[in-house]
Ligand binder design. Structure first.
Ligand SMILES: CC(C)(COP(=O)(O)OP(=O)(O)OC[C@H]1O[C@@H](n2cnc3c(N)ncnc32)[C@H](O)[C@@H]1OP(=O)(O)O)[C@@H](O)C(=O)NCCC(=O)NCCS
Length: 189
């Protein structure tokens, strides 16, 4: 495979998943500025200017041209057109057909199954369109909302690495969750 660009918008029941646009700034700032949203994300609480700089980078992340890249998609609520979060599938390796997934949602929109709806579609894309063999998620072991979401998606907890990184100034323990293509096709009962 030489590159991958889904047909946008990718539609789910309630969402449109698509590359970011510069006019997403207000919506993006609304959740990138919230401490409870960024507690376990790799980025810090951002002010508007920091969000704008981050958004500029996201504008070109709507397509995968080589392994190692993340697709960074806005999660737009179809009903209102609001960008309520982002979902990030990664094409980690071509030779081993490995992928990774990440996500973040504005706290006002959590608890409605919307993150799972977006993430499930990204797993489908990864396995069925990109041809991946295994997709992982790596998270802080205190991030229970994220672990629960991954379990709802049928992902298995494969590893628990103690003091795997220094995260926001302290040692962090990490869970690795994974799903194989055959587990995606034939979910456990
Ligand atoms: C991780 C994160 C995306 C999970 O969001 P979420 O909204 O809890 O996850 P889901 O989309 O799976 O929603 C599940 C919840 O919606 C509820 N729900 C309501 N309507 C639903 C529906 N139609 N379908 C499914 N679930 C529904 C479920 O009961 C569940 O509620 P509960 O958590 O009280 O049991 C969110 O906590 C987040 O953005 N955190 C900050 C960023 C972050 O840490 N990202 C991960 C870094 S690894």
């Amino acid at each position: 495979m030489t590159g991958f660009r889904p047909e946008y918008p990718v539609r789910t029941e309630r969402l449109e998943l698509r590359p970011h646009r510069m006019d997403d700034l207000d919506d993006l700032f609304a959740f990138h500025s919230r401490p409870e949203v960024v507690r376990y994300t790799p980025w810090p609480v951002r002010d508007r200017e920091q969000t704008r700089v981050a958004l500029e980078k996201k504008l070109s992340q709507g397509e995968l041209t080589e392994p190692g890249q993340w697709l960074v998609l806005a999660i737009e609520l179809r009903e209102t057109g609001t960008v309520i979060g982002e979902v990030l599938p990664k094409w980690a390796s071509a030779a081993d057909r490995q992928g990774e997934i990440g996500f973040a949602l504005h706290s006002a929109y959590q608890g409605k199954g919307l993150a799972a709806e977006a993430a499930r579609e990204m797993l489908r894309l990864g396995f069925e369109e990109l041809g991946l063999h295994r997709i992982v998620a790596v998270l802080d072991d205190r991030n229970t909302a994220s672990a629960q979401l991954l379990e709802r998606l049928g992902m298995r907890r494969e590893a628990h690495h103690l003091h795997a990184s220094v995260f926001k100034g302290e040692w962090a323990n990490e869970y690795v969750y994974a799903l194989l293509d055959n587990e995606w096709r034939t979910p456990r009962p």
